[in-house]
Design a protein around this ligand. Structure first.
Ligand SMILES: Cc1cc2nc3c(=O)[nH]c(=O)nc-3n(C[C@H](O)[C@H](O)[C@H](O)COP(=O)(O)O)c2cc1C
Length: 208
């Protein structure tokens, strides 16, 4: 493994559970792959712009105005980072039952016809070379079981988006019940850290 792409998207800085767990994942990856290059995008402190008419024109037609050329360069750069990565680590808080808009903006720039996906025989085909993706999810409530499962628009959405561009080797690490108080938060972090250690020991050396 030579390159690790890290995407953080929590607004909570050092208090963020997903940031803590992404840092834990990254530390473990770096320990087992000391020479790896790390590309980090903190989408909360350095948010990508929302798509604009210039973005769509620049990316989906021939970029001609300065705004279109700039938008094209940004999108191409983000795709290049993704393509260069051997492993992708994503920190994804649950916001309003889904993902932060900053993370959604990253997908908006990266999910591009003819570049990261196409259609073949009427079926979608991802164009990004498959690679391990670890998604750390932090949620205030409990969604992996029970009545709120039906309103988890975070994990199924991320699984679909990643798979749509070819990334099907996705491991979700869940830290749930963060909003239930400090003890529940600590237990969720400890459980997620143990899961990260298990996943990295089991899967990544052969997958990456
Ligand atoms: C804007 C916002 C929206 C949220 N929406 C939800 C939600 O829909 N469901 C939920 O269980 N928790 C929700 N939460 C709680 C977060 O998922 C929880 O605090 C989680 O730990 C956030 O991840 P982080 O600690 O990495 O920032 C929300 C928090 C914020 C700030």
């Amino acid at each position: 493994m030579s390159t690790i792409l890290v995407l953080n998207s929590s607004l909570s800085g050092e208090a963020s559970v997903s940031n803590i767990l992404v840092a834990d994942t990254l530390a473990a990856l770096k320990a087992s792959h000391p020479g790896a290059k790390v590309i980090t995008r903190d989408l909360a402190s350095n948010p990508l712009p929302h798509l604009t008419p210039a973005t769509v024109a620049g990316v989906r037609t021939v970029a001609s105005t300065p705004a279109e050329i700039e938008a094209r360069a940004l999108a191409d750069g983000l795709v290049a980072e993704l393509n260069a990565a051997d492993v992708v680590v994503i920190g994804a808080p649950m916001y309003n039952f889904s993902i932060p808009t900053t993370l959604r903006a990253w997908f908006d720039h990266v999910v591009r016809p003819g570049v990261t996906f196409t259609y073949e025989g009427g079926a979608p085909k991802g164009l990004v070379a498959n690679k391990p993706v670890i998604v750390v999810e932090a949620r205030g409530g409990l969604y992996s079981e029970g009545p709120a499962r039906a309103v988890d628009f975070q994990e199924p959405y991320l699984r679909h988006l990643l798979g749509f561009i070819g990334l099907t080797d996705v491991t979700f690490i869940r830290a749930e019940k963060i909003g239930y108080g400090p003890e529940a938060r600590d237990a969720a972090i400890a459980g997620a850290k143990a899961e990260i250690a298990r996943v990295l020991a089991r899967d990544l050396p052969k997958a990456a």
